[in-house]
Design a protein around this ligand. Structure first.
Ligand SMILES: NC(=O)c1ccc[n+]([C@@H]2O[C@H](COP(=O)([O-])OP(=O)(O)OC[C@H]3O[C@@H](n4cnc5c(N)ncnc54)[C@H](O)[C@@H]3O)[C@@H](O)[C@H]2O)c1
Ligand SMILES: [Zn+2]
Ligand SMILES: [Zn+2]
Length: 368
């Protein structure tokens, strides 16, 4: 079928919205009609050419929500009409990681997905006989996409699409960092560095876990106000004394849990140093630049601090994203303040400009 999609033709150039060909879903695959899709830093990172593993031409986008149109052979868990969220981090349910509660890093289709291919090693998107790759296994800057069944999760059809698409990446990452990776204990003190989509999700996750105190640190006072809305009890505008100020606020000890959601390795170090001696756990969610390393004085570890990394918040997508969506519908997570701009597919490059200008938390593309 002919669809409109935003194609990354050349790194560093705007995406080109155009007509491309989308083939029918094969065995284990599903055709999805997109309704809403967030514009995320990872899309921009790849489009800019900064990501060394990027590939082109490709249809970008990975924060999608939509409706199942049709299913290929052997698809058993989804039927046409189901409302789904796309998962760049799939859940096959069978691999050695899926059956272990300690990780969400499904191994089933990693290699093909990293190359922009569907699990059988081919693409469904093309243009005049030329293959176009599937970004992060999703390619949701498009009216329709074909994805593996294991990379789609069914959600409550009453949830608004513009809200549920945010659970496809940043929001689940932040919530999960607090709920799964750190498993924040009730009554704790938490510090979240960064008040973007991921950091704000972490603030909300700490609150849901029953933290007593949630300090949020950011450079932007406007973003810190959003953190207050998600449950932050203390707001700190970052400066060169951030760690000392956190130690002062916590009786000289530091926080039970710290979270890094900036992607800046200097901030990661601050997050380690602001964690409490004895048992403080620092969870790193930010993605650092190519070749950058995290500098930690080993004494911080010997005296009982721990460092954990978190991909997609440790969320096993097919099982847990629907639960997070239910919690939002029950009023436990306030999603609306994250959506700052509504765009059409043709305005996708404007979404990148808004992100570069730090204008709002998320732009959401609406289709149709
Ligand atoms: N682990 C994962 O699975 C995953 C998923 C999505 C995004 N990410 C990563 O998480 C990070 C955050 O993503 P986002 O969408 O929230 O980004 P964002 O740019 O919207 O937010 C980052 C925030 O950090 C703040 N910041 C920058 N320097 C700071 C400093 N020195 N001290 C305190 N705050 C500072 C900025 O003001 C901004 O508000 C990025 O690195 C992104 O790539 C990781
Ligand atoms: Zn993302
Ligand atoms: Zn798996």
């Amino acid at each position: 079928m002919k669809i409109r999609a935003a194609v990354l033709e050349e790194f560093g150039q705007p995406l080109a919205v155009q007509e491309v060909e989308l083939a029918e879903p094969r065995a284990g695959e599903v055709l999805v009609r997109l309704v809403a899709c967030g514009v995320c830093h990872t899309d921009l990172y790849t489009a800019s050419g900064a990501d060394p593993s990027g590939y082109a031409p490709a249809v970008l986008g990975h924060e999608g929500a939509g409706v199942v149109e049709s299913v290929g052979a052997d698809v058993t868990s989804l039927v046409p009409g189901d409302h789904v969220v796309t998962l760049f981090s799939p859940q096959c349910g069978e691999c050695v990681h899926c059956v272990d509660p300690r990780t969400n890093l499904c191994l089933a289709i990693r290699e093909q997905q990293n190359q922009g291919l569907l699990p059988d090693g081919s693409t469904r998107i093309s243009r005049g006989g030329e293959d176009i790759r599937h970004f992060m296994g999703c390619s949701t800057f498009a009216e329709y996409t074909v994805m593996p069944e294991i990379a789609l999760t069914k959600v409550n059809p009453e949830a608004p699409f513009e809200h549920v698409c945010l659970f496809a990446c940043g929001l689940s990452t932040g919530l999960g960092a607090a709920i799964n990776t750190a498993a924040v204990a009730p009554g704790s003190t938490c510090v979240v560095f960064g008040a973007g989509m991921v950091g704000l999700g972490a603030v909300a996750g700490c609150r849901l876990q029953g933290a007593e105190r949630v300090v949020c640190v950011d450079l932007s006072p406007e973003r810190l106000e959003l953190a207050r809305g998600q449950g932050a009890t203390d707001l700190l505008v970052a400066d060169e004394h951030t760690v000392e100020r956190i130690l002062e606020m916590t009786g000289g000890f530091g926080a039970d849990y710290t979270f890094e959601a900036t992607g800046n390795v200097a901030v990661m170090r601050q997050a380690v140093e602001a964690a409490r001696m004895g048992w403080g756990l620092c969870t790193v969610a930010g993605v650092a630049g190519r070749g950058e390393t995290l500098d930690v004085v080993p004494r911080f570890l010997i005296t009982g601090r721990r460092v954990a990394g978190s991909s997609f918040g440790g969320v096993k997508g097919r099982d847990q994203v629907p639960i997070l969506v239910e919690r939002a519908m029950a009023g436990e997570i306030d999603v609306a303040p994250f959506i700052s701009h509504h765009l059409s597919l043709d305005e996708v490059n404007r979404g990148f400009e808004l992100m570069e200008a730090q204008d709002g938390i998320r732009s959401v593309i609406e289709f149709g």
